[in-house]
Design a protein around this ligand. Structure first.
Ligand code: SAM
Ligand code: SF4
Length: 364
């Protein structure tokens, strides 16, 4: 006989079929799932939420991921790259407002010029903040020695979404060439973890061709890889990307949103002490989407502190929220919203993944 959702939630390990049952659950079972994930969050993390001030410092990208609005092949957007002083000023804003951490994100470029520039910036940010500002990087696939140089220069967390752990699906959402190789993505994640970064990954939810079995596989991958941080969000179409031609096959946005909440809840239950981001894409579907994610398991928010004039050009998907807010607007709106989710923003702390310290202790 199939196990009930209640039976499954009372276990410590989940099979693929258990996870599929949880992903498909509705009504009272769905309520039970969210109740369990909220309880676990409360027990292991408390009501705390930490900010990572997000600086989208360049939309120039050398890759052509078929889903992404800033892919190299999209000629319908203005390209920009903040200069060093603009990045430093945004980092200073975060520091002065006691955000604890920033996240530097951009399109992916591999060159000695770019790696040297980022290394230099990391040192300047460390100097400006007396080493007090935590730094997450999210700038894609790089060689291990580049990751190491950035780690030594002050970055200590890295977010690299695997996007999908099913190689066949990965192949369908990326061009079929050596620049977009699934095996390299895995190699990069391994070297980040080996170097000592708090390593974060995640997937997009509701992609064309994606099945519940794929998502269950993604959950098992994250558990087995022993990630420290998770950043997942709904896939949202962008009109100027090749995947737009598969829009008719997608589940409705509301369903993608709900499935993302379930993925977050299940990750929280499976990996009790990791950091989980409430992705901005949730808010593109539901105005209080990120708060709903905080309620059922997420504990990290990324207020956008990119200078306003550039925000419109970092459109990964259609209807990206907050593109015309200032950094201050973003902070006050998030703070009010977090309290709606019965949580509290913690200022002046890094809010590192507890899982990371436990994992490092286990390795010693
Ligand atoms: N270039 C770096 C990389 O790919 O890791 C960092 C920036 S990239 C824009 C950050 C994330 O945006 C990707 O990992 C992807 O999951 C997400 N993204 C891109 N296009 C998206 C879309 N149409 N809907 C939802 N998320 C999207
Ligand atoms: Fe570039 Fe990242 Fe977008 Fe891929 S997801 S096109 S690497 S910015």
């Amino acid at each position: 006989m199939d196990r009930t959702v209640n039976d499954i939630l009372n276990q410590d390990n989940f099979s693929k079929s258990d996870l599929i049952t949880l992903l498909n659950c509705e009504g009272d079972d769905r309520t039970l799932l969210f109740k369990k994930s909220s309880e676990i969050k409360e027990k292991y993390i408390g009501k705390k939420v930490w900010f990572r001030g997000l600086i989208e410092f360049s939309n120039i990208c050398g890759k052509d991921c078929l889903y992404c609005g800033i892919r190299k092949g999209n000629k319908n957007l203005e390209r920009y790259s903040l200069d060093d002083d603009e990045i430093l000023a945004a980092a200073k804003f975060a520091y002065i407002h006691s955000y604890g951490s920033i996240a530097l994100q951009s399109g992916e470029l591999e060159s000695s010029f770019v790696s040297g520039r980022i290394e230099n910036l990391l040192r300047r940010i460390r100097e400006m903040s007396d080493g007090e500002l935590g730094v997450t990087l999210s700038v894609g696939e790089q060689e291990p020695e580049v990751y190491k140089r950035w780690f030594d220069a002050g970055a200590h967390r890295y977010l690299l979404r695997v996007e999908s752990t099913n190689p066949a699906l990965y192949g369908k959402i990326h061009p079929d060439d050596s620049k977009h190789s699934f095996s390299r993505r895995l190699e990069c994640l391994k070297s980040l973890q080996y170097i000592g970064y708090q390593t974060g990954t995640g997937v997009m939810i509701g992609l064309p061709f994606q099945t519940m079995e794929d998502l269950a596989g993604d959950l098992l991958f994250m558990k087995n890889f022993d990630i420290d941080m998770c950043g997942m969000g709904p896939y949202i179409e962008h009109a100027d990307t090749p995947l737009i031609h598969h829009s008719q096959t997608l589940m409705p946005l509301k369903q993608r949103f709900d499935l993302t909440l379930k993925m977050i809840a299940i990750v929280r239950i499976m990996m009790k002490d990791i950091n989980i981001v409430a992705a901005t894409a949730l808010q593109a579907i539901d105005p209080i989407g990120r708060e709903k994610a905080v309620k059922i398991g997420a504990n990290i928010l990324m207020p956008n502190i990119t200078p306003g004039k550039y925000r419109d050009s970092y459109k990964l998907y259609d209807n990206k929220p907050c593109t015309d807010d200032s950094a201050e607007d973003c902070q006050s709106c998030l703070e009010a919203r977090v309290s709606l989710a019965d949580a509290e923003v913690i200022y002046g702390e890094w809010g590192d993944s507890k899982h990371y310290s436990e994992r490092r202790l286990r390795l010693k």
